[in-house]
Design a protein around this ligand. Structure first.
Ligand SMILES: [Cu+2]
Length: 187
């Protein structure tokens, strides 16, 4: 089961890579980044987030492919990009939700939620404790610009203890405590 899903993700990645390679002369560049996700010691939680951006046009979009293992079966967990590339201090160092710009409001994370640039869908663990999603967002970029998650202080993804309810200003509607983290690294 685990092998099959990893194989599936590998195929998807290969498809994207070949798409970029085949159309090298005509297609825009493929930008990639990833985050290796790790829970607190002994939690058994680990995973990967992959970010793919094709092109840098007027409305760049980024595909986000996430797999996390070791969650409690059947549970839902908030998942976001946070504003600092730092998983220290029990993941608190990742800061608030990634939300740059003149109207950004990253801290506390429930403020301006779920309209932060770094907000993403919930992780939904299956009966084996594995959660996977593939989504597309135009709220972030990997290319340079005001929405890049590869900015000066980096970014991190955080898995929360609770479901993200999508509420605004009502803690812990954005998922509450932090149970896993991964620093976003450019590939
Ligand atoms: Cu979060």
């Amino acid at each position: 089961m685990k092998t099959m899903s990893k194989l599936g993700l590998a195929c998807l990645l290969a498809a994207f890579l070949s798409l970029g390679a085949l159309g090298r002369s005509a297609a825009p560049d493929l930008l990639k980044a990833h985050a290796d996700i790790l829970g607190a010691p002994g939690s058994g939680i680990s995973g990967t987030a992959v970010f793919l951006q094709i092109g840098t046009g007027i409305l760049p979009t980024v595909q986000v492919i996430v797999t996390v293992d070791g969650l409690a079966p059947g549970t839902k967990h908030g998942f976001h990009i946070h504003e600092n590339g730092d998983c220290g201090n029990a993941f608190a160092a990742a800061g608030g939700h990634f939300d740059p710009g003149p109207f950004g409001n990253s801290t506390p994370p429930d403020t301006n939620h779920p309209f932060h640039m770094g907000d993403l869908p919930n992780l939904k663990a299956d009966s084996h404790g594995r959660a996977t999603f593939i989504t597309t967002t135009s709220r972030i970029t990997l290319s340079d610009g005001p929405l890049t998650i590869l900015d000066g202080n980096g970014s991190a993804v955080i898995v929360h203890a609770l479901e993200d309810l999508g509420t605004t200003g009502l803690p812990p509607g954005a998922g509450g405590a932090r149970i896993a983290c991964g620093i976003v690294v450019a590939d």
